[in-house]
Design a protein around this ligand. Structure first.
Ligand SMILES: O=C(O)CCC(=O)C(=O)O
Length: 315
């Protein structure tokens, strides 16, 4: 099968023939990512994925799964202290005014730490640790392919009575194969002090996505789910995750409806890893390429809050 596709190996990594790469790239956004993911699946199935049973995880059935203890508390505290220091050095405010270009209000209380080479270098060993098993196994079995670490984000959220953007029910404009791993660096208060993330479980998310309400712009989506038609039913399918610091949540942001809950006091820090299907295991791709191009890419690939993954074939 791989012979038929004309795939070859350059060192440890797979290469697509130029014609196939061009045919994938010329398709519209969604189809392009889907086509590339199918090739990634074929590679996986003929390698380590041979004989791996389809995944019966919560990630597959609900669309989200918690992986406890992916980072030790002291690593979370350290990264959180660095976020504080970076924000202080930047004058405390890093509101992203470029969001105006997207036509909705910026969430100025959701402070994204600007990625610099120093920040990416500090966060990379931590990201590798998060992706150690079982996270890699879970993501690979769900995607039925290897994946790459596309980019990282670090953000701090503070109390906000008028939650915007990520703190309203939404989907990300992301390819369906994109996965987010949110690592909580601070506790999400199970005691009502906020900071959780809520998800509408997968079957209901798909139905809701097709309704008039979700065709509105994010600024016009102010309702709670229970205020929508069939709201009581929807409420039953909400998964509320209240992770402790060091826990990871993995979910498909283009597939399930979700929202953050701002903290009621203090702040909430998150390390977000963005994963995309790949022909090669993330560690192999990274080792073959080295960290420097990855740092460059991360800095340039993220625009505002939205990662631009226009080219699924880019390393
Ligand atoms: O911070 C949160 O809880 C929401 C995160 C989110 O919307 C995302 O990662 O797509």
């Amino acid at each position: 099968m791989l012979d038929e596709l004309g795939l070859t190996k350059r060192g440890p990594v797979w290469q697509l023939p130029g014609g196939l790469a061009a045919r994938i790239r010329e398709q519209p956004f969604g189809e392009r990512h889907h086509a590339y993911q199918s090739v990634c699946r074929q590679v996986f199935r003929q390698g380590v994925g041979a004989g791996v049973a389809p995944c019966a995880s919560e990630l597959a059935t609900l669309g989200v799964e918690m992986v406890p203890g992916v980072l030790p508390p002291e690593t979370c505290d350290d990264l959180s202290a660095r976020i504080g220091a970076w924000l202080d050095a930047a004058g405390g405010a890093t509101a992203d005014t470029s969001m105006g270009a997207f036509g909705f209000r910026t969430d100025t209380t959701n402070r994204v730490v600007p990625l610099t080479p120093e920040i990416v270098r500090a966060a990379m060993p931590i990201a590798r640790r998060v992706l150690a098993r079982p996270m890699t196994a879970l993501a690979e079995r769900y995607l039925e392919s290897h994946f790459k670490l596309d980019s990282i984000r670090l953000y701090r959220s503070v109390p906000n009575p008028d939650p915007l953007v990520s703190f309203r029910w939404h989907w990300d404009s992301a390819p369906l194969g994109q996965l987010h791993v949110m690592v909580y660096l601070t506790d999400a208060g199970a005691d009502g002090s906020g900071g959780a993330t809520e998800f509408l479980a997968r079957p209901l998310s798909e139905q809701l996505r097709r309704t008039e309400y979700f065709a509105r712009g994010i600024d016009d989506r102010v309702l709670e789910l229970e205020q929508l038609p069939d709201g009581a039913k929807l409420k039953n399918f909400v998964v509320r995750a209240t992770p402790s610091r060091g826990d990871g949540l993995i979910f498909a942001p283009g597939l399930i409806c979700h929202r953050g809950i701002p903290p009621a006091r203090g702040f909430r820090d998150v390390l977000l890893l963005i994963l995309m299907p790949s022909l090669d295991p993330w560690a192999v791709g990274l080792a073959a390429e080295g960290i420097e191009p990855m740092i460059e890419r991360m800095i340039h690939r993220c625009f505002g809050y939205l990662p631009i993954n226009g080219d699924p074939l880019a390393p």
